[in-house]
Design a protein around this ligand. Structure first.
Ligand SMILES: O=C(O)CCC(=O)C(=O)O
Ligand SMILES: [Fe+2]
Length: 305
């Protein structure tokens, strides 16, 4: 329905044919709106070739691939014979609008019931994920109606999910075998594996600039600015406290900004905004400490098969 507003649309935009690069950029990457492409990878050799053990062994033995615990990651293309990068994406990764140091290939190998808890990907990553085998139930939440996060992190407080999603712009859907999903920057997500064998591959990239300034984008800008200030502080005390906090907080491969430059945008936080952000994050601490053990246990439990 054309008249339906974003807030009331309950289904993620879905297509059965891949868009052209121009369409994908205009309708999804530039406005940072998600997209589900059904059946894109149905003819990939990987669907036949990959098994949990085989892929895990291949990735472990691959000199370019690092095991990050919850996923495997490579900065260079790997296993290219088994997969077919969509044309629209190939052009984007080569374009001048993307930070070269942001491009990565990631692999998720999960058994049934594995749950990745609510978070958004750091470095304002755009994530293209393809469900090569199995199926996962996803929930995506817009950064216009952000979820509450652990202080200074990209992880969301563990709470009753129905309560958490009340009045949010959220989509719940199954990513089935062969489907591709575009997760725009700072969209919160969680995923639960539904089959015995679940393998998904990601391509990630960060845009050099954005014009989409959502509520979470403002928080992210302020959060990263503050973390950078602590990390590079002249005071050893501040640097020490920063190091301790990073170790204590829920974290998969870092919570700060890890790329050479930050995303260019119309938003420049004032000193007042940064101070306000600092106290807002601190005020979350008492309420979050209680659930920290549960969150850490959940993150540890993420299976490493
Ligand atoms: O597949 C999952 O369990 C989580 C995937 C995810 O968080 C991501 O692709 O960024
Ligand atoms: Fe993620």
């Amino acid at each position: 329905m054309a008249s339906m507003s974003r807030e009331t649309a309950s289904h993620i935009p879905t297509v059965t044919e891949p868009p052209s690069r121009a369409e994908f950029l205009e309708n999804h990457v530039h406005p940072e709106r998600p997209l589900l492409i059904k059946g894109l990878a149905k003819d990939w050799p990987a669907r036949e070739k990959w098994s949990l053990d085989r892929l895990r062994a291949d990735l472990h033995n691959h000199p370019k691939v690092k095991d990050r615990g919850v996923f495997f990651v490579s900065k260079k293309p790997v296993l290219q014979d088994d997969i077919v990068m969509p044309d629209f994406l190939e052009g984007i990764l080569k374009s001048d609008d993307v930070m070269p140091d942001s491009i990565a290939w990631r692999f998720w190998i999960n058994k049934k019931h594995n749950k990745t808890v609510f978070h958004y990907d750091t470095n304002a990553e755009n994530v293209i994920t393809v469900q090569v085998k199995g199926c996962k139930e996803w929930v995506l939440v817009s950064p216009d109606t952000p979820l509450p996060s652990y202080p200074f992190t990209n992880f969301t407080l563990l709470k009753d999910e129905a309560k958490l999603l009340r009045n949010k712009e959220a989509y719940t859907f199954d990513l089935e075998e062969g489907d591709l999903l575009y997760v725009p920057p700072l969209w919160f997500h969680r995923a639960v594996a539904k089959e015995e064998v679940n393998i998904n591959i990601n391509w990630t990239f960060t845009k050099k600039a954005t014009s989409v300034v959502t509520r979470e984008f403002r928080r992210e800008t302020e959060r990263c600015d503050l973390l950078h200030t602590f990390k590079t502080s002249k005071s050893a005390l501040v640097r020490g406290a920063y190091g301790m906090a990073i170790k204590a907080l829920p974290n998969v491969g870092g919570i700060g900004w890890g790329l050479k430059s930050f995303v260019a945008s119309p938003y420049r936080p004032s000193r007042t905004a940064l101070t306000g952000r600092f106290f807002k994050e601190l005020f979350q601490i008492p309420g979050t400490l209680m659930t920290l053990p549960a969150v850490r246990a959940t993150l540890k439990k993420v299976d490493k098969t």
